[in-house]
Design a protein around this ligand. Structure first.
Ligand code: ADP
Ligand code: MG
Length: 238
């Protein structure tokens, strides 16, 4: 069952059309990786889904309902950014629980949820620390935790690992997949790293100049690329 449907979505900034009639369906519980060269519109596509940009044309449905005009907080979507900014004056637990507090959840409920997610991310020992007392990798875990604590059905990742070194990156790839299996949410993961795409995605969508060029399993994309662009983009090592 499709849980997210982009229908004829378009978006321009000034004279420049960034998204061109995007049609894309994502199944419930799927891990979809969105790849494409820098500037092709990946972040813009995620941001329209999250409600951080408005569409010029088309519609986005979630479980069959149009969400294109809903406020970001009413979309049941959390997003993890590349340049995650943690709240510097709050400790890790407070950072992770902040969105739940805004939702007026009880202190007990927040604590329980934060502990569960901290446990999954192996950051339980860091809950009392302030962001400045954490390493880069630990901060990125907290940023992940902060998004996941909200318990949304959909989680979006915009190149969340690109500031980490290669070792941490490969470790976090495995962790994020494990989280996906545990939480069963629908995840869309943007990267320009072919390795991440082929190892993490249930399916891969390849975006080029604001259009979806091909959608398929990693094996389909790898073995049956629709054109030379996809073959060279997915097939060539970095
Ligand atoms: P990607 O994430 O694939 O690198 P983006 O979606 O960030 O690409 O950007 C696609 C294009 O849209 C780029 O040319 C970028 O400069 C432009 N763009 C993105 N956001 C804005 C904005 N708010 N205003 C004007 N141009 C933008
Ligand atoms: Mg981007």
């Amino acid at each position: 069952m499709a849980t997210i449907q982009f229908k004829q979505c378009s978006k321009s900034f000034g004279d420049l059309q960034i998204l061109k009639n995007i049609n894309l369906e994502i199944a419930s519980g799927e891990f979809l990786v969105l790849v494409g060269p820098s500037g092709c519109g990946k972040s813009t596509l995620l941001r329209t889904l999250a409600g951080l940009e408005t569409l010029d044309g088309g519609d986005i449905l979630a479980k069959g309902q149009s969400i294109a005009k809903r406020e970001p907080q009413d979309r049941d979507i959390a997003m993890v950014f590349q340049n995650y900014a943690l709240y510097p004056h709050m400790n890790v637990a407070e950072n992770m629980g902040f969105a739940l507090k805004l939702q007026k959840k009880s202190a007990d409920e927040i604590k329980k949820r934060v502990n569960e997610i901290a446990d999954l991310l192996q950051i339980s020992h860091l809950l009392e620390r302030k962001p400045k007392e954490l390493s880069g990798g630990q901060r990125q875990r907290v940023a992940l935790g902060r998004a996941l604590a909200r318990q949304t059905s959909i989680v979006l990742f915009d190149e969340p690992l690109s500031n980490l070194d290669a070792h941490l990156r490969s470790q976090m790839r495995v962790e994020i997949k494990r989280l996906h299996q545990n939480l069963k949410s629908t995840m869309i993961y943007v990267t320009h790293d072919q390795m991440e795409a082929t190892t993490m995605g249930d399916r891969i969508a390849v975006l080029k100049d604001g259009s979806i060029e091909q959608v398929g399993t990693p094996s389909e994309i790898y073995h049956k690329p629709k054109n030379l662009f996809i073959a060279s983009f997915i097939g060539s090592p970095e």
